[in-house]
Design a protein around this ligand. Structure first.
Ligand SMILES: *Cc1c(COP(=O)(O)O)cnc(C)c1O
Length: 369
């Protein structure tokens, strides 16, 4: 018998597969339900911008052609919209692909990777796959403690990575703290800031676009996505901002046509729909406050979130049972068992109607659990 686990490279044998949120169709099929809502994968509850839908449909008509391998028009649109230097942009099939490429390019068995506890699981998986040791740093009241992170960095630390706002926890590192942290990190350690939830945090008065710091810190890498606020999760498209030297490395590693033409066209159109983003972010801000009120009223400890989800500690109620019962009632939420957080569920913020349904069902279930 062939032992593929032995034959596979590096740390693959030690990796558990990524646990995705349950798809709506699967829940409908398995439980025989027809009205199911998914508050589990931080997707946009309003769908895609109409402009993006139109652009995507048009692009399908030319599906016989390979996409623009360099994504010129999308990079140009990002330049026009936000002023980003096109030479600093790498496009990916979701920001997840870019994170994978970055780790594959820079991480190996001779280096280590520093990650706060409860980081987005992909960083740890990629560190392990590429043979590196992971140094974990405990959170402080669910927040990243940058002094502890700094203390964990040594001369072999190739990458320190965090999502800001974080996922699955939802807390954010203020811009001022991040800037003083960047000043202290050794220059041969890459600082990866994964800003998948950037748009939901940017209303904060103290928020600065971290892309402005790229000129001062060649070791700074920022990852962004069209999957969350822009609503293009199913099309798979994201971008990374970094020193052009890193762009050049990733360009050689990535597959030549890694981002499909439909996704590129949709992303360009999505960037041009400020109204859709505003509607999305405004709804999220308002509804997030309703979640906090709801949890307070229920005596559930919710973690202060800057993202489009709320993580809440249901102890002494049985969170796993709650998630299972909600599922039976057609509401999919996300247990954090993979993170060994048994009492915590992560709930993505939906439309007001979807959230009402979560509140009603949860309030009822909490009386019995
Ligand atoms: C959702 C998410 C991503 C992945 O986004 P894609 O662009 O869809 O690959 C990356 N990082 C974090 C922290 C996320 O929550």
């Amino acid at each position: 018998m062939l032992d593929f686990e032995k034959m596979a490279n590096g740390g693959l044998a030690r990796i558990k597969p990524y646990q995705a949120g349950k798809p709506i169709e699967e829940v409908k099929r398995e439980l025989g339900l027809d009205d199911v809502i998914k508050l589990a994968s931080n997707e946009n509850p309003f769908g895609m911008s109409k402009k993006a839908v139109e652009a995507a449909k048009k692009a399908i008509d030319e599906g016989n052609f390979y996409p623009d391998s360099n994504g010129f028009y999308l990079k140009h649109a990002l330049h026009v919209k936000f002023g980003y230097d096109m030479k600093r942009i790498t496009l990916g099939a979701g920001s997840n692909e870019l994170i994978n490429l970055l780790f594959e390019a820079f991480v190996n068995k001779d280096v280590n990777v520093v990650l706060p506890d409860y980081s987005f699981c992909v960083y740890g998986m990629e560190a392990t796959i590429n043979g590196a040791q992971v140094k974990s740093v405990p959170l402080n009241d669910w927040k990243v403690d940058l002094n502890k992170v700094l203390a964990a960095i040594d001369s072999d630390t190739r990458i320190v990575a965090f999502a800001n706002p974080s996922n699955p926890i939802g807390t954010a590192i203020p811009s001022a703290d991040m800037k003083s942290f960047l000043k202290k990190v050794p220059e041969n350690t890459l600082v990866v800031i994964d800003e998948a939830y950037n748009e939901f945090n940017s209303g904060d008065a103290t928020y600065e676009d971290s892309a402005r710091w790229l000129n001062s810190y060649p070791n700074l890498v920022i990852s962004r996505t069209f999957s969350k606020a822009y609503g293009l999760a199913g099309l798979r498209i994201g971008y990374m901002l970094s020193d052009p030297g890193i762009v050049s490395v990733l360009d050689r590693l990535r597959a030549p046509f890694n981002v499909n033409a439909v996704a590129q066209a949709a992303a360009i159109a999505a960037l041009d729909d400020d109204e859709f983003i505003k509607k999305t972010v405004d709804n999220n801000t308002k509804e997030r406050a309703r979640y906090m009120e709801f949890f307070k009223a229920q005596g559930v400890k919710a973690i202060d979130s800057k993202a489009n989800f709320v993580a809440a500690d249901f102890a002494p109620h049985d969170a796993q049972k709650l998630a299972a019962e909600l599922l039976k009632r057609g509401v999919i939420v996300r247990p954090l068992l993979g993170y060994k957080l048994r009492d915590i569920l992560r709930i993505s913020i939906g439309t007001p109607e979807q959230n009402d349904r979560f509140f009603k069902e949860t309030a009822e279930l909490l009386k019995t659990l």
